[in-house]
Design a binder for this molecule. Structure first.
Ligand code: 8YV
Length: 329
């Protein structure tokens, strides 16, 4: 039988046979615990080894632990015939085939709430940066343009704007709450109005974009939201409008976004997420009205620590009594 690697490079740890499989890279704290506390095995990345593992040991796997980025896709899930639970590091789980999991009764947990503040903070950072051109102005100073060319061009006021939140969930709500501190008028679109919300409901993404100066995408990724922000939405935002995306690249039609920015049909964009990460369309890199971040919204020491703790708490809970602490709803 082939020897498969434990989850971390600790050669003294072997699988306990508990059937815990690490799928793809995960947070270092989670990875270390998977290996030392749970004796998990990591699914090999190389195609040949992966196939050998799945042929020999797929049936042992009861629980898969993954990041939101890699997930358990349709093919892998089909191979894991005895899979019972997927423990996902991250609030988003769109890389996992949720329909198949539901059909087979496989439970899924994610890490909601603990990352809400940091993701909302990042949305505000992008909002201020793209409207006031903070990153572009920083480059201006560093290049010596202040001395050579004089003052930086005037930018756009950030306070008091009309802002649309596409997806008024936990993170969207935290973004709206922060924007209230900037005296912004908040509008939103969800599949249905949020009961008790004081913000103005718009019936479609297009209507939302047409009513605001800045559109913030905070909708969950997955089949239901693919391409929700396409050229018609971007055209409603228009040449003075700005787009912020801290959700998933898949929610925005990236080709339409690049075209709108290149043709001056959109005023600017602040993006933490992309369609094919870590690939960022090279045309965007030359634009000073675009702020580009490497999907870092939840990436603080404190929040990643909390996400790791919650991931491991879900795993322990499932092993103890077959329930997950934060199952997806
Ligand atoms: C993480 C995220 O970077 O939670 C999410 O959905 O996008 C981020 O917080 C990612 O999940 C890490 O896998």
């Amino acid at each position: 039988m082939t020897n498969f690697a434990p989850a971390a490079a600790d050669s003294t740890v072997q699988s306990t046979g508990a059937g815990i499989l690490q799928v793809g890279p995960v947070n270092p704290t989670v990875q270390a615990a998977l290996a030392s506390e749970f004796g998990a095995v990591r699914l090999p990345d190389a195609a040949g080894e992966r196939e050998a593992f799945l042929t020999e040991r797929a049936d042992e796997v009861r629980i898969a632990v993954c990041s939101g980025k890699v997930g358990v896709d349709a093919d892998l899930m089909r191979r894991l015939g005895n899979l019972e639970a997927i423990v996902n590091f991250g609030v988003g789980y769109d890389a996992t085939d949720v329909d198949q999991a539901v059909a087979r009764g496989i439970s899924i947990s994610n890490t909601p709430d603990v990352l809400t503040d940091c993701v909302a903070d990042t949305a505000l950072a992008l909002y201020l940066d793209v409207l006031r051109r903070i990153s572009a102005a920083d480059r201006y100073v560093r290049r010596g343009d202040w001395e050579a060319q004089g003052n930086f061009p005037l930018t756009v006021r950030a306070s008091g704007k009309k802002v649309g939140i596409l997806g008024l969930g936990r993170i969207g709500g935290a973004i709206a709450h922060r924007l209230e501190g900037f005296d912004c008028e908040i509008h939103y679109h969800n599949r249905s109005p949020v009961e008790g919300s004081v913000y103005t409901y718009q019936h479609s993404a297009e209507e939302l974009a047409g009513a605001v100066d800045v559109l913030v995408v905070a909708a969950a990724g997955g089949p239901a939201s693919v391409g929700l922000v396409g050229s018609s939405v971007l055209d409603e935002l228009g040449p003075e409008g700005h787009l912020i995306n801290i959700a998933r690249g898949s929610v925005v039609d990236e080709d339409a976004l690049v075209a709108a920015l290149l043709e001056g049909r959109l005023g600017g964009a602040g993006l933490d997420v992309f369609a094919d990460e870590p690939r960022v369309p090279s045309a965007l890199k030359d634009l000073d009205n675009v702020v580009l971040l490497p999907h870092l919204a939840s990436g603080t020491v404190e929040t990643r620590g909390d996400m790791a703790e919650l991931t491991l708490a879900n795993l322990r809970s499932y092993l103890d009594d077959g329930t997950l602490l934060t199952p997806i709803s």
